[in-house]
Structures are given as C-alpha cells and as structure tokens.
Design a protein around this ligand. Structure first.
Ligand code: RB5
Length: 146
C-alpha cells in the first residue's frame, strides 16, 4: 500500500501545494489534501496546519507537508502538537539535515522564498533521507521529555 502523506497550504502556498500533490502522486505516494481546495486570498494558515498536525500527532499519517509564505506560521502551529517535528526547509541541505538529525516528520516550505523547482528538490531530499538515530535519537527524545 502506498504511503499517505498529508498536504496543506494557505493562499501564499496554494500554487505550490497543487504542484506538491501532483509530484507526490507521480512518485507513487497517496497525498491527502487538507486544503484549501481553491485559492482564497483571505484564508488563514492555522486552519490548514491544524488538521495536518493532528493527523501526524495521532499517527493517522506518518508524514506531512505544509506551505505558506515564510513557512513560519505553519511551523508554529504544527509544532504545538505532541510528536510533530515540523521543519522549515529552504534548501535541500536543510531538508536533509532536518531528516538526519531532527527526524522531521513535517516538511514546511516557504513558498515566497523558493521556486516551485526548488520546492520539488527540497521535497525529494526530505522524502529520501533517513533519520540517523544514535546521538540524535537521544536529542529528539528530549524534545518532548526531560
Ligand atoms: C500570508 O500573507 C502569510 O502571512 C502566511 O502565508 C505565512 O507566511 C505566515 O507565516
């Protein structure tokens, strides 16, 4: 069975989200679109970050991808949910380290600061990189507990 990956955006990330959905499908994943379903310049990023973060936090989904203008608002909301590690990544290198060292289970793309092509490269690197574990597992465990 193909992995379900939740995907969400606000108006600033809407176009990039459509591209992410198509790319995830092309790669054989099953993207779940938490919205918005149409471009609404007045929408609010928490309304899309919440359902995605809740799904990851409750293990309904293993991973998710969010996008807004800077990526920051989406990350603020998503990281309030236990077990969610949302990383804003503006380059493939940052995405790789977010996986290797921080076990990021939510990728957040800053749509106003990366091109669609860069966004796809960042997505690929994040999807393809495994968590290194070891000393990083100890540190990740300390995020939620002393
Ligand atoms: C929307 O204009 C913008 O504030 C939002 O997409 C995001 O960048 C917030 O963090």
């Amino acid at each position: 069975m193909s992995e379900r990956i939740y995907v969400g955006a606000d108006h600033a990330g809407f176009q990039l989200k459509q591209r992410l959905l198509a790319e995830l499908t092309r790669l054989g994943y099953e993207p779940v679109d938490v919205g918005p379903k149409a471009l609404d310049p007045a929408d609010d990023y928490p309304d899309y970050a919440r359902p995605l973060a809740e799904a990851v936090s409750r293990h309904v989904a293993q991973r998710g991808v969010l996008t807004c203008g800077t990526g920051l608002g989406m990350a603020y909301v998503a990281n309030r949910y236990p077990g969610v590690r949302a990383a804003v990544a503006w380059s493939p290198e940052v995405a790789e380290l977010a996986r290797k060292h921080n076990d990021a289970n939510v990728l957040v793309l800053p749509a106003r600061f990366v091109s669609e092509e860069e966004g796809m490269e960042i997505l690929h690197r994040w999807l393809d990189t495994r968590f290194e574990g070891g000393r990083h597992a100890r540190r990740v465990a300390k995020i939620d507990h002393d």
